[in-house]
Design a protein around this ligand. Sequence first.
Ligand code: GLA
Length: 695
Amino acid sequence: MKTPLKLCAVFLAISLLQISFAQSSQPKSAVPSQIPGRDAILLGTDWYPEQWPESRWEEDLRLMEAAHIKVVRIAEFAWSAMEPSEGHYDFDWLDRAISLAAKHHIDSVVGTPTAAPPAWLTQKHPETLRIEENGKRAVHGNRAHGSVSSPVYREYCRKIAEAMAVRFGHYPNVVGWQIDNEYGYALMSFDDYTRKQFQDWLQAKYKNLDQLNREWTTTYWSQTYDRWDQIPIPIGGNNPGLMLEWKRFVSDTWNDYQKNQITVIRQHAEPRQFITGNFMGFFDGFDHYVISEPLTFAAWDDYVGSGHLDPNYNGLAHDLTRGFKRRNFWVIETQPGNVNWAGVNNTLNKGEVRAMAWQAIAHGSDEVGYWQWRSALNGQEEYHGTLLGADGTPVPLYEEISQMGKEFSLVQDAFRGTTINSDVALLNSYDSHWAIDFQKHNQKYDYVGVLKSYYTALRKLTDSVDVVSPDAPLDHYKLVVAPDLNVLPKDLADHLLDYVRNGGFLVLGPRSGMKDEFNGLLPQRQPGYLVDALAGRVEQYYALEKDFPVSGVWGNGEVSVWAEQLKAVAPNTEVLMKYGPSNGWLDDQPAAISRAYGKGRITYIGAVLDDKVMASAGVWMMRNSGAATASITVPEGVEVSRRSGDGRQVLLLINFTRANQHVALPHSMKLLLANKQADGVDLPPYGVEVLVAAK
Ligand code: GLA
């Protein structure tokens, strides 16, 4: 049943009233992830009222309010409840849930439910179910089973998103939208229609087959195409050019899929309502810079899985997410103690969940949301961590989360208008990540692991590190490090050279500058278009079966997994490190070289360095680039971070260890959590402190 016209008129009238309320009272925030009129940093949870009798909602919300929860994400899997049969929308229950939440001072982020199509839809249109790589059609009853490229599926997605936006686009307590859920893990449908779309996409890009054949060197193994419809979807190993283009096509397809929903939401929702999507850290199913483009800000789902928080890996993933839009973000889902999908679903230690949440804030998140509030009594995720037990009363972790919620509220003024400003950037490239993973050459080569080794060394020495796309503006950075920038076409190389010419300090890691934009080998030695500026090059690369010694200005240590024999070709190219006795080829050969170029400097490191050597390489990079060092010297296992803005500087100290730690401050500061003035901080295990300059 369609919504009667009369009702629409009433909604429109209410909506117009709400627009005027919202627009007159809500100034625009300088930080899009902070909601005007609300706390600057928020505690949230994922709430599924559709899974419970309505009589229960009030108690849920009372317990949330008591825990200082300020925002719920809602409805992202509720398609069958919102559209029980085709075109028959029932939003009244959601309206009541949102209104009841508002009564408890809780805002809602509404998710579009397109990751879980209802049974009536998949039954009527089985063609909207994905075809898996093995040729079999996905079955109903899981999620992410809709086909992202099906026009029929997209039309249903558009219609439900539009109906939701018409209904909730003006609600004062709906602060934003989430599109889909984790973008269906970037899963594609391997059907003829998708294949045709891919072929059309290639045709639009390459214009003629001669160019495509040339760029992909299709004479190799008789791959030459004389018709566009001969080009396959790559499954398994295929031409590297074809494989890279497929990933780009996947990125564009998911972007079109979300834009189909974003467009209708934007048509009906007030501009103050943000639109975001929930990413998954280093998941590389698509290019996150592409998918983030139409979003207000990025969000991600931060799960540890088995084991315990690795602050370097987690910090890096936060900084990656912040870099998608180069602005603050949300951790829209995180782990309330344990997950249900890892090898061992151990619970984080007492205090660890709180430390993890504060790390998100320290790295530029403005919300931390717990998935989920309470487990449905049935369904695939019965064992996942929650804040309430099956009986509807708090589990032990609820106390820790309430404490944090209270702290967020108490200190939120300090964070208003603050973001992260870094002197140091790491470059992350999906093209390079994919290109390396397609042809690892050494199975132990880990793109993210190499990024993390540079990050770990540098993050210890400074208050923040940005992780950005190589084509981001770079001029304001003192130090730019590209740990494994494998795909480096001419325009990107020119961008880096401009940075160096203008005084930038550029460091390249192994495998850099090897490939062109078609994932073909550049007809130069590495680092390709940067060879002249470096006046140095890679003579040969070697996958290592064991570690070899290395020594030089960064001390003595070992290289592993990958080593390149470098050559300095000009007298002013300095050799910083050399290999020791190894495979004969590398013995006594340069492992790291550096040269002044323009007003700046370019350095090339040809191997994966051990932690000790990497640490002193980090010190060398910081010292020689003039990047600002950490505001406070901290013991091992304690992280210092800084957020600034609106004339404010906020420092955060987090102790990730299970031991007491003392941090001496450079001068007396105000400790906001301890609520005192001091020139030192005692941090208990997993302890946190927020500091501002004393007034
Ligand atoms: C993902 C999903 C959630 C939930 C959690 C469980 O992040 O978005 O719906 O399944 O995992 O960890």
